[in-house]
Design a protein around this ligand. Structure first.
Ligand SMILES: [Mg+2]
Length: 222
């Protein structure tokens, strides 16, 4: 990696960008099969995902509801379970175009950074599976015994929160956002797309598709 190219980052959203579907749906299926959640709870996850896709989700409420389910659970246990689930149920959902983009940016010496509203458990597994340089995601607080206490680190890594995280990361790593890329499918990521010099819209939702056409952002179909 040379000095110039390492100042460039390629940020990637996870759900419906690197992956061809939403990882939280896959997690909910996993939980349903284990009978850890009810059909009704599974339905709630599908509803949130639909709202997310329309960029009208109240993500704080969704996260609070989800975290209430995991309150008291050891952080390390959930990390390990997520790692096994990711290898078995998620990794093969990488879009072919995403795999190509990761290889091309790596060859250019760019820093590969996952920028997602998924959990740190899933993001860490994704980083290790695809050998990314770093990840920015949502993480959760624990009590003094290492059990989830039902709260998350604010602001959530979503919308303006993604911008805040990515800008802080870029400053810390001396990365120039004007030369950097962000790939995403979601209108909720429009604020972050406006922060980078090279926005890339991937199989976008209808609102993002319209915004991309108006702004002249390249639209990719992976
Ligand atoms: Mg997405």
């Amino acid at each position: 990696m040379n000095d110039i190219d390492s100042r460039v980052a390629a940020f990637f959203d996870l759900d419906r960008t690197l992956l061809d579907m939403n990882s939280s749906t896959l997690w909910a299926k996993h939980e349903l099969l284990k009978r850890s959640i009810s059909l009704r709870q599974f339905g709630r996850v599908l509803l949130w995902n639909a709202l997310y896709h329309l960029s009208v989700i109240d993500i704080e409420t969704a996260y609070k509801e989800a975290l209430a389910h995991y309150r008291g659970r050891p952080y390390d246990d959930l990390e390990e379970e997520t790692r096994r689930w990711f290898a078995r149920d998620v990794a093969h959902h990488l879009r072919p175009g995403a795999g190509r983009a990761l290889r091309e940016h790596r060859a250019e010496g760019h820093q590969l950074v996952l920028l997602t509203s998924a959990s740190a458990f899933a993001a860490r597994a994704a980083r290790d599976t695809w050998e990314l340089d770093d990840f920015l995601s949502n993480d959760f607080l624990t009590d003094d015994r290492g059990n989830l206490d039902g709260t998350f680190i604010a602001p959530l890594c979503y919308g303006a929160g993604k911008v805040q995280r990515a800008c802080a990361w870029a400053k810390e790593h001396e990365v120039d956002l004007r030369q950097s890329y962000f790939y995403t499918d979601s209108y909720s990521d429009a604020p972050m797309l406006r922060q980078v010099g090279k926005p890339r819209v991937v199989s976008p939702d209808p609102r993002l598709s319209r915004e991309a056409r108006q702004r002249g952002w390249p639209i990719l179909q992976w």
